[in-house]
Design a protein around this ligand. Sequence first.
Ligand code: NAD
Ligand code: LMR
Length: 338
Amino acid sequence: HPSNHQLEEKSILKRAECRAKGGAPGFKVAILGAAGGIGQPLSLLMKMNPLVSVLHLYDVVNTPGVTADISHMDTGAVVKGFLGQQQLENALMGMDLIIIPAGIPRKPGMTRDDLFNINAGIVKTLCEGIAKCCPNAIVNLISNPVNSTVPIAAEVFKKAGTYDPKKLLGVTMLDVVRANTFVAEVLGVDPREVDVPVVGGHAGVTILPLLSQVKPPCSFTAEETEYLTKRIQDGGTEVVQAKAGAGSATLSMAYAAVKFADACLRGLKGDAGIVECAFVSSQVTELPFFACKARLGRAGAEEIYQLGPLNEYERVGLEKAKKELAESIQKGISFIRK
Ligand code: NAD
Ligand code: LMR
């Protein structure tokens, strides 16, 4: 009898061949931190994505159980689990998209920056593996503090000579998801009809919703603007406090991560007009990274859009955001350079 491993290898090859022949796209996706609070529902949702043909689940704990469980779902993607640092390279080899929710989450009273000391090292190690094994993959980085972990990843890739700024994307989709939800509540409409650009970064005042650019066009009173901006900026803290020590947003984050990953895969496939906000390398401000609307295509974030006209409230917010962002970005860069 062939071993489980041989069967798995055979089925992966068979499915990839079959997809190649039919011209149907099938992307290979790895999730690093797949056994965590975000990782598990994210793995579940990616297993349901018809654009995914191979799904690699990597973590330093519990991946065999999560993988066995998810692999019984009767959807197309073939799932394979990888446990521990010695299996990182096999998890990464040949992947088109890497999603990284590895790292510790906040507890009440902590800022995202308080996670830096532990998560910076985790992101560094994972990105060294990516540079070695799949330097052309698109990277969706979720681990906090995103404002610093994205610069860390960029520095690791630069050091390895593999840095492609279009392919490194800090995931800020949860800010957009929250903004759409809270704005829809105020307007009394279905959140699916609302599109709120959120720019800047992913922590407190660096999260800058552009309420003057909401689609469909609408207007807010000064009180509504203040309420919505604060609620969107503090959305993560709202969940951290409600979970009271049991972690931060996981389910809404898995939803947001899949929404963003799916947009990246549709871009890779060649679909036109895919535009989402992400924390990327940009020349939109004087800062080297900034969350902006980006057009996603075969090469990653192929076009970064300007901020567009801001009102006075947003201009003041932008200055505050840039001040904190500059420090967080520098902290990430220094972590690798020194
Ligand atoms: P969690 O503790 O539930 O899960 C994290 C997982 O990472 C665990 O399974 C852990 O074993 C794994 N891990 C730790 N070190 C690793 C390593 N070296 N390699 C691979 N895996 C490793 O945490 P969570 O709630 O899933 O949150 C994960 C991260 O995502 C946190 O840093 C959190 O702040 C961040 N987050 C970001 C956003 C965002 O919008 N970008 C939203 C929510 C949470
Ligand atoms: C979020 O916005 O929910 C995440 O960044 C997690 C956190 O610490 O708030």
